[in-house]
Design a protein around this ligand. Structure first.
Ligand code: HAM
Length: 428
């Protein structure tokens, strides 16, 4: 049998991994500006955490989890999403007792057994935040603006922010009843799954992708009509806050999100370039989850976004991460190669990205290799240069050459990085 990667997984090779790191650095930069601390939770958790947290009737829990027993007979699951694990860690480490408001972010792989297609994988990566402790609409606004700032920072434009409110525990109970009543006589127009959902958990019928069910749900009573006074005011304040920050949005009363824990605000950011899998990210408020997982009643709000979908929608041309070395050392002959190896060692130590030839290639093919790797500079060392101590530093972009003392790493560094960087960041 030929050994291949598992369906729905992806190798991230050098080159692409650079793109990932570049984006991750930008994400981390925005997270730091908003004062969110990083959290790293395990890749697997007790299955019960997701059954309780994500919700028994959700697609994730009923169809998509990678669940397996361990040797002790416990049922474990590879994390399909980050919110329940973060809340579990928040409770287990008593973070709420130490800080009244806990703002966390993560960048991590997630696992869902879905049908793979462009933008939908079985192992994918999410970046996300969870702000735990504040019921205020301003907190929702911060989370949404952080999310939009990340997309702006990486250069994604033409996005659509959709917003809705699905109410609190109290007003949602009566909304559920209204929805149940609405669906009661439409059973024959619903798929088999939705027939069950319409009785058990009618909000989940909004998640169904089948045309017949979608038609029925288009006519369904709106979540917004069922909001209590407090939820209506909260939703209005979120909208006002977004307007004040100049963040455009569209209220979509059919947006309920496919997870059970949401209360009040829910939102999604869509990108037209993504095709069928057009959701770049999704999130919302979940004021009951901390309590449902065994903590004190604690309001919270967050979002998570797919890394792969972000990278898919980014135009290659917008990538600014330059790949490859700053300098290619071209050595001619064994003695020059020995000298180059010592020089490259010193140059790397002071922070230059360097490469040299390890195949004994000719001058011409070493220059070709330097070009192929996109090195802006090449330093050519042969017998003559060894004797004189001077070598030509060639600017590969315009062909200009300048003489440098090739043992003077400080000089080489500043010639390559520009005059304003006389000193390397790492002391020699
Ligand atoms: P979600 O909507 O299930 O929400 O996922 C968030 C994002 O993860 C999606 O919008 C999409 O970009 C990405 N994603 C989901 N599944 C896949 C997949 N199979 N392949 C590629 N990308 C995928 C959550 O996960 C919630 N935990 C969000 C949240 C955090 N709500 C509050 N806090």
């Amino acid at each position: 049998m030929k050994l291949q990667k598992v369906k729905g997984t992806k190798d991230i090779l050098p080159g692409e991994a650079e793109r990932w790191r570049h984006i991750e650095e930008k994400i981390r930069g925005v997270m730091a500006r908003y004062n969110y601390g990083e959290i790293r939770t395990p890749l697997f958790e007790l299955t019960e955490l997701f059954a309780k947290g994500t919700g028994q009737d959700t697609d994730i829990v009923t169809k998509e989890m990678y669940t397996f027993p361990d040797k002790g007979g416990r049922s474990l699951t590879l994390c399909p999403e980050g919110t329940p694990p973060v809340i579990r860690a928040y409770l287990e480490n008593s973070l709420g007792r130490r800080f009244p408001l806990v703002k966390l972010f993560y960048i991590a792989p997630m696992f869902r057994q879905e049908n793979p297609q462009a933008g939908r994988l079985r192992q994918f990566h999410q970046f996300g935040v969870e702000a735990i402790g504040s019921p205020q609409p301003q907190m929702d606004v911060e989370v949404i603006s952080l999310c939009m700032d990340i997309y702006q920072e990486v250069g994604l434009q033409g996005l659509q922010l959709k917003l809705n409110s699905i109410g609190c525990r109290d007003c949602r109970a009566s909304y559920r009843e209204r929805l149940k009543n609405y669906l009661a006589d439409k059973s024959e127009r619903l798929c088999a799954d939705c027939q069950v959902r319409s009785v058990k958990n009618p909000l989940r019928c909004f998640d169904c992708k089948k045309e017949g069910c979608q038609l029925v749900m288009q006519e369904a009573p709106s979540t917004l009509d069922g909001l209590c006074q407090n939820c209506r005011e909260h939703f209005q304040a979120v909208q006002n806050g977004l307007t004040d920050l100049g963040i455009p949005f569209e209220v979509d009363p059919g947006l309920v999100r496919g997870l059970d824990y949401y209360t009040r605000t829910v939102f999604e950011v869509l990108s037209s370039g993504l095709g069928a899998q057009d959701a770049l990210c999704g999130g919302g408020r979940y004021d009951d989850l901390v309590e449902e997982l065994g903590g004190e009643p604690t309001p919270a709000v967050g979002f998570a976004a797919g890394m792969e979908r972000l990278l898919l929608s980014l135009n290659e041309a917008e990538e600014t991460a330059r790949l490859g070395p700053d300098l290619f050392l071209i050595s001619l002959g064994p003695q020059a190669q020995t000298a180059s190896l010592q020089l490259i060692h010193r140059l790397r130590k002071i922070g230059l990205r360097c490469e040299m030839d390890y195949l004994g290639r000719s001058l011409k093919s070493q220059l070709r290799e330097a070009n192929r790797q996109g090195a802006p500079f090449a330093l050519i060392i042969g017998k003559r240069e060894l004797e004189s101590g001077e070598a030509n530093l060639k600017d590969m972009r315009n062909g200009q050459e300048q003489k440098v003392s090739w043992a003077d790493t400080q000089r080489i560094y500043s010639r390559i990085r520009g005059k304003d960087t006389e000193k390397p960041p790492i002391p020699m």
